[in-house]
Design a protein around this ligand. Structure first.
Ligand SMILES: [Zn+2]
Ligand SMILES: [Zn+2]
Length: 362
């Protein structure tokens, strides 16, 4: 079967890869991944080509391969990685901090690709760009084949938030930054823009990696933190991420599981805020008691993904105060990229580690 590659207009430079890059292509539910060899890419003027050091399997990848949410195929899944710059387009590319990216830089990058000029981007919502692209979510083809994290390389397009990362941090700490850590940062930052979290009582529903990361981040903002999860193994991890329990009603509730929205709305103190960040998959509608929300002066905020600045702050947290928490232990197993089907099956087990890492063969 031939592959039709439709290249967007603009100047491009052919970059040859020897050995060829590999990408694991998902073609649909119950089909094993197909390995494709990508012997070269057409690098746009401000594109960046990265060699992947490690990618991690996020819960949404598991949901996709199990058919719990629809996705365009063929698709290279995966959106949590750390890697190294191996080529830059002819006009060069900048990190979020404005510094030029150079070959050899170790980097993480945003899930989203945004235009920086539409009304939503200008209002500080690049993740809702009118012409949004998303790594690990868009069908292969128009932008080449190296469009997801489950491969040996990724082609990062102009409009990606790219952040240089310290050499000293383990790949297992950095790979989840571009989904779990940055999303957790955005959720806590949303509450922190609304009220000072110093001394605030914060309850987090869900001890997945977003919830645990949010616990550690909220604790560093000075909050007293509690984490609730029906899975006792996950719940037991919470104490290691700064959660100690609450002796009062929470001023802020962060719903990071998608399964406790009603509890979150019901449990928040009078005058409190509920940040919804876990409801990213289709779920049954939740009864919404508007009268109760009104009478209790409750604020509800939705958070989805994050901005480039929030990714920068999340990485700074992991490289700084976050070192006090066992983020490296979140990756409970590391497998070769070619074991992707077995790794995805393992990641969907109830007692799965928070993350399973995938490393390309060299
Ligand atoms: Zn994710
Ligand atoms: Zn835009």
């Amino acid at each position: 079967m031939g592959t039709l590659l439709i290249r967007p207009p603009g100047h491009r430079r052919d970059v040859t890869l020897r050995p060829a890059a590999t990408a694991m292509v998902w073609t649909g539910v119950d089909h094993p991944h197909e390995t494709i060899a990508v012997p070269g890419v057409a690098l746009g003027d401000r594109d960046v080509l990265v060699a992947i050091e490690m990618s991690t399997i996020c819960g949404s990848d598991v949901h996709t391969v199990r058919g719990r949410r629809s996705a365009p195929t063929p698709l290279v899944l995966g959106h949590e990685s750390v890697g190294r710059v191996i080529a830059v387009g002819d006009e060069g590319a900048l990190a979020v901090d404005g510094s030029p990216l150079r070959i050899g830089d170790r980097v993480v990058w945003s899930i989203t690709i945004s235009c920086a000029s539409c009304d939503r981007c200008l209002r500080g919502m690049p993740q809702k760009c009118r012409t949004l692209g998303k790594y690990g979510h868009d069908r292969v083809g128009a932008h080449g084949d190296l469009t997801g994290a489950f491969g040996s390389h990724m082609q990062l397009r102009a409009g990606t938030a790219i952040v240089r990362v310290p050499e000293a941090l383990p790949a297992a700490v950095l790979a989840p930054a571009s989904c779990a850590t940055a999303t957790a940062w955005a959720a806590v930052a949303r509450a922190a823009r609304w009220r000072d979290l110093e001394g605030a009582a914060v309850r987090i529903h869900g001890a997945g990696l977003v919830g645990l990361s949010a616990a550690a981040i909220a604790a560093e903002f000075g909050a007293d933190v509690e984490v609730r999860d029906p899975n006792p193994q996950r719940q037991a991890l919470a104490a290691r991420f700064g959660a100690e329990g609450l002796d009062r009603e929470p001023d802020v509730v962060i719903e990071a599981s998608g399964h406790a929205v009603a509890d979150a709305l019901e449990g928040v103190a009078v005058g409190g805020m509920v940040v919804l960040v876990g409801s990213v998959f289709p779920a049954d509608p939740v009864p919404f008691d508007a009268e109760s929300i009104v009478r209790r002066l409750v604020t509800i905020a939705g958070v989805h993904n994050y901005t480039g600045a929030e990714l920068v702050e999340a990485v700074a947290f992991l490289a700084g105060r976050g070192r006090a928490y066992p983020f490296a232990d979140a990756v409970g197993a590391v497998r070769p990229l070619t074991d992707i089907d077995a790794a995805l099956a393992a990641a969907s087990e109830r007692d799965a580690p928070l993350r399973i890492g995938l490393v390309p063969g060299r």
